[in-house]
Ligand binder design. Structure first.
Ligand SMILES: Nc1ncnc2c1ncn2[C@@H]1O[C@H](COP(=O)(O)OP(=O)(O)OP(=O)(O)O)[C@@H](O)[C@H]1O
Length: 232
């Protein structure tokens, strides 16, 4: 993938990120001081052996868990370390997630699923939310299937709805944990290319955890993690 379109603007960064998991004898020092800058329009792959801390890092950057030490900033603003709800607001506004399993709500249509993050953020009218969700589903090639429930869509289509949902609030950062891990080779490539193309179009920074070397090679850069740290 060409890096000519990578912006110098940092969408997210972390410094000295440390995390312990578990209690007592099972306590593990998972992240040992991770430094990272994610630039807009840049797609970074995180690779490394099982258990080295990739998902833990994604959880911390996604503000789904708290670090034990170190700092995270989003669009130049430090994320406060106290657990006062600020995290949820920042997450809603700035961060989109795509997981291996789509976590779409089964009783909702594709359109309603994509509208959910917008409802939570509460900045758009009903009409604006419908319009944006419709546009996003069109961009992921599901313009004709907006009224379908997840069970009426294929695995690849469900993951495309999840991508549209992740982009709904026009986040600064898109975090993806094995986003194609549940798909066959053909759908993997298609979903991966779609995700990275749309993120670049929307000038988002993308961080993808993957065990798939073919997908990692298609990213702008590959970050190798070993035992809780990035290595050269
Ligand atoms: N709740 C927990 N208590 C103790 N240790 C944990 C806990 N959750 C995860 N770990 C350990 O933390 C380490 C990092 O886990 P993490 O899920 O971040 O690894 P990973 O690199 O994403 O692995 P994989 O590629 O297998 O998904 C592992 O050694 C794991 O066993």
């Amino acid at each position: 993938m060409s890096d000519s379109a990578v912006s110098t603007e940092v969408a997210m960064s972390c410094r000295g990120l440390q995390k312990y998991l578990g209690e007592g004898e099972t306590r593990v020092h998972v992240l040992k001081g991770v430094d990272l800058d994610l630039h807009r329009s840049e797609v970074s792959a995180v690779v490394g052996p099982s258990g080295c801390g990739k998902s833990t890092l994604l959880y911390l950057l996604g503000l789904l868990d708290w670090q034990d030490d170190g700092s995270i900033s989003v669009c130049g603003e430090d994320v406060p370390r106290d657990r006062d709800g600020t995290h949820t607001d920042i997450r809603c506004e700035h961060i989109g997630f795509v997981f291996q399993f789509h976590f779409l709500l089964p009783e909702f249509t594709a359109l309603e699923n994509v509208m959910l993050p917008m409802r939570k953020l509460g900045q758009l009218s009903e009409e604006e939310m419908v319009s944006r969700a419709t546009e996003l589903l069109g961009q992921v090639g599901l313009g004709e299937k907006t009224g379908r429930r997840p069970s009426q869509l294929s695995g690849g289509e469900q993951q495309r709805v999840a991508i549209a949902r992740a982009l709904a609030n026009r986040p600064s950062v898109l975090l993806a944990d094995e986003p194609t891990g549940n798909l066959d080779v053909k759908n993997s490539m298609m979903v991966f290319d779609l995700l990275t193309r749309l993120a670049k179009e929307h000038q988002q920074a993308v961080l993808i955890v993957t065990h798939n070397p073919d997908l990692a090679e298609r990213c702008d850069r590959i970050l190798r993690m070993e035992d809780g740290l990035f290595v050269d």
